[in-house]
Design a protein around this ligand. Structure first.
Ligand SMILES: [Zn+2]
Length: 315
């Protein structure tokens, strides 16, 4: 982030490193669309107001539970398209984990790699109505060629993660989250089954109690989907902010070079001002959500669009 136009007298304005000026971020990401993720993890996440990312393998997904019964011989994945669409409509991210979970680093030709990635994009778009803007490598396996192809027209791909499962305790996960707060980092999980299937937890409470721990620290931790956090971080890195002081406020202009069709996550603008009693922020004439805190104002806005006009009153 580049800031220009700041002089000694103007209030300090900056782009928050994470949404809401929180200290770190967590993306709970779930691999392979295992059935009990939708039955156990989704209700838990939603109870706490969190949303997760679910990496689907389109070749194995049935339309409905009845379709599975009609073709019992086929190796079906867990969650149906009907349920994935419901989850997507409810704010979870449903994204691409390869058409049939092939190890892309082992494929011989570029066409084979493209087919695995692009067929999955197309079917997810057809069934969910949203084109995946992220990607998760089957077996976390990739090489330079696979990475370059997977990154085409995409916000980001999962190249690192913390793998959770049968050996992970709530205490360990809580320490991991507390460590992110200290380091100011983005943590990404890889979770398979919750209690029934590959690398499941010893019980669902192991995950539930961890989510309850994170909920209590929500003032410091942003819990967002992989897409939301990846978009935010890249936008914040690529935005140029200029601040023009005005009476009782500022005008903030931003420029961003990233593709607007891919990057659509609002950023948080932070104005360091004390004893503020009221604030008005607008962009393109529309009122923006603004939060007054003891020593700052946080405003979510769209970068690279019309200037943000902010005015406030102190007591
Ligand atoms: Zn997988």
């Amino acid at each position: 982030m580049k800031v220009i136009g700041q002089t000694g007298d103007t209030p300090k304005v900056r782009i928050a490193p994470f949404k809401g000026d929180k200290l770190c971020a967590i993306s709970y990401t779930f691999d392979d669309a295992v059935k009990d993720q939708s039955e156990l993890a989704v209700p838990m996440l939603e109870e706490f107001g969190f949303r997760g990312t679910f990496w689907a393998i389109p070749a194995t997904i049935p339309e409905t539970e009845e379709e599975k019964l009609k073709n019992p011989g086929k190796k079906w994945g867990g969650i149906t398209w009907k349920r994935l669409k419901e989850m997507s409509d409810n704010g979870h991210e449903i994204s691409n984990h390869g058409w049939s979970h092939k190890n892309l680093a082992n494929l011989k030709s570029e066409q084979e790699i493209r087919a695995e990635i692009e067929k999955a994009d197309s079917l997810i778009f057809l069934k969910i109505g949203k084109k995946p803007r992220t990607f998760c490598y089957p077996y976390n396996a990739y090489n330079d060629q696979v990475l370059a192809i997977a990154m085409e027209n995409r916000v980001d791909t999962r190249t690192r993660c913390s793998g959770w499962g049968y050996r992970t305790t709530t205490q360990w996960m809580n320490n991991w989250a507390d460590g992110l707060i200290k380091k100011g980092e983005w943590g990404i999980t890889m979770i398979h089954a919750i209690i029934d299937g590959f690398d499941a937890f010893p019980s669902k409470d192991v995950l539930y109690n961890h989510l309850a721990h994170v909920k209590k620290r929500e003032d410091k931790i942003w819990i967002g989907t992989f897409l939301d956090v990846a978009s935010y971080i890249k936008e914040a890195e690529n935005v140029r902010l200029s601040v023009i002081p005005k009476k009782n406020g500022v005008i903030c202009k931003t420029e961003m070079t990233l593709d607007k069709n891919l990057f659509m996550e609002p950023l948080t603008l932070v104005v360091e001002a004390k004893n503020v009693v009221s604030v008005k922020a607008t962009q393109k004439g529309k009122k923006l959500p603004a939060k007054i805190e003891p020593d700052k104002i946080c405003i979510d806005f769209m970068p690279g669009e019309a200037p943000v006009k902010i005015s406030w009153k102190n007591d």
